[in-house]
Design a protein around this ligand. Sequence first.
Ligand SMILES: Nc1ncnc2c1ncn2[C@@H]1O[C@H](COP(=O)(O)OP(=O)(O)OP(=O)(O)O)[C@@H](O)[C@H]1O
Length: 233
Amino acid sequence: MSEPILSVSGVEKTFILHLREGARLPVVSGAGFELFSGECVALGGPSGAGKSSLLKMVYGNYRVDAGHIRVRDGDEVVDVATTPPRRLMRLRETTMGYVSQFLRVIPRVGALDVAAEPLTGDGVPREEALARAGALLARLNLPERLWGLPPATFSGGEQQRVNIARGLIAHRPLLLMDEPTASLDAANRQVVIGLIEEKKRAGVAILGIFHDAEVREAVCDRVIDVTEFAKAA
Ligand SMILES: Nc1ncnc2c1ncn2[C@@H]1O[C@H](COP(=O)(O)OP(=O)(O)OP(=O)(O)O)[C@@H](O)[C@H]1O
């Protein structure tokens, strides 16, 4: 068996609500699972179970109280739970991508450039990066008249497609996806299913939240039930 690209073990998290006199809100305890190259795994469980929190801990946006989140980065293994911020930033640049539900728009930058940026960041020549971004936006049915405009005024579904293009354009061996199809119509959901399948074939490991049953059943190899990690109050 090959080494996992992601190995989560003994992860604990309790939110402390400082505005509520330090009230404690336990979320997960003893969370553990592994993710291997080429598989897509969904975090499942009811609303409030802790799916988003767990995904944000893996990405390093939420601190963990205990446990390890080990990500293979070439020949090294980086523990997101303890690594310094600079190393975490480098891990995100090379290995761990994130497709959030909402686009954080970059002011005054057009959609084509927003989508191409991860490639130019990787050192791909600008012309090639823009061509690849255009191909991806076209595949996602984003009208060409919008490509030069900043996405701030786009519809929810248009913004989400720019976001997906930006999140998928560059190769990252581990991809985290938070409801990537939430605002999309049926035709564009199919496009995203195809893009995820291509990533899997390229050996990318995907961990995501997929509320849409059609998408989940099409792309996910298994579901991790987050209620197994529910923390008793
Ligand atoms: N930053 C935060 N501060 C305080 N509590 C939080 C924070 N983020 C999440 N929580 C709480 O943690 C619990 C788990 O939330 P989380 O968003 O992880 O659930 P979820 O399974 O993703 O839910 P949904 O399917 O509704 O998105 C909830 O009770 C939520 O209120």
